[in-house]
Design a protein around this ligand. Structure first.
Ligand SMILES: Nc1ncnc2c1ncn2[C@@H]1O[C@H](COP(=O)(O)OP(=O)(O)OP(=O)(O)O)[C@@H](O)[C@H]1O
Ligand SMILES: [Mg+2]
Length: 231
């Protein structure tokens, strides 16, 4: 099992609005294999398909064709309800646009992934507290998400992605709104999670990410194709 890839995409295509006038062929014959505990960075121009690739790995949707195995499960065979459950248990997703609920407090936003798990409110508070402190946003815990800065929001999104202790962490441009000190801290933290057995996939243009010594591999994406680093 140790040598089995954590993520394996084989001849994957992804279309948006398939068969319609506004069809987009967003991923074209993608082959990508990522091992457990690898730290991989997807790099490429805007619109090249990085977020789409991350969503596929993150079980947000299955491929239009081809095979996608994540954690040993073949996604293309799974109904949506399964994908949702599997995503909750397996994936920590730091979204490019955060997907944070603006009217909920910082604390409640971070606790959201714990709700379906039936964890006591006390335990929830304690787990959330550890991460808020870790990312320097403890003092904002009772603020509504709509009332904090972009960098703080990004750290809320990061804390929420980690709260379930998922084996696979996906981070879409995670340093886009952070200053260089926070970006460096975040990278150090993400890289340290490898020791806990985590697999981490990032997208970024930021040299603080792409040139970080902890990143094992850069995968270049261009116009829906992987052009280097697929292995
Ligand atoms: N929901 C959607 N419906 C239709 N087309 C989409 C959708 N999401 C993305 N696309 C298109 O698919 C292509 C790939 O988009 P994607 O968001 O994966 O790019 P990206 O590499 O993440 O870009 P960026 O660096 O700007 O975040 C783009 O042409 C985009 O316009
Ligand atoms: Mg993107």
């Amino acid at each position: 099992m140790e040598n089995t890839p954590q993520i394996e995409l084989t001849s994957v295509h992804k279309y948006y609005n398939q068969g319609q006038e506004n069809e987009v062929h967003a991923l074209k014959d993608v082959n990508l294999s990522i091992a457990r505990q690898e730290i991989v960075c997807l790099r490429g121009p805007s619109g090249s398909g990085k977020t789409t690739l991350l969503c596929l790995i993150g079980c947000v949707f299955g491929p239009s064709s081809g095979r996608a195995a994540v954690g040993g499960k073949q996604l293309q065979r799974m109904p949506d309800e399964f994908l949702t459950k599997y995503r909750r248990e397996t994936i920590g997703f730091i979204f490019q646009h955060f997907n944070i609920l603006p009217h909920l407090s910082v604390e409640k936003n971070v606790a959201l992934p714990l709700l379906p798990l039936g964890i006591s409110p006390r335990e929830q508070k304690s787990r959330v507290g550890v991460l808020l402190e870790r990312f320097g946003i403890e003092h904002r815990k009772n603020f509504k998400a709509s009332q904090i800065s972009g960098g703080e929001l990004q750290r809320v999104a990061i804390a929420r992605a980690l709260i379930n202790d998922p084996p696979i962490i996906l981070a879409d441009e995670p340093t886009a709104h952070l200053d260089s000190r926070r970006s460096h801290e975040l990278m150090e933290y993400l890289v340290s999670l490898r020791q806990d057995g985590k697999t981490i996939i990032l997208t970024s243009h930021d040299p603080l990410v792409t040139e970080h010594a902890g990143v094992d591999r850069i995968v270049d994406v261009q116009d829906g194709c992987i052009v280097s680093g697929s292995r």
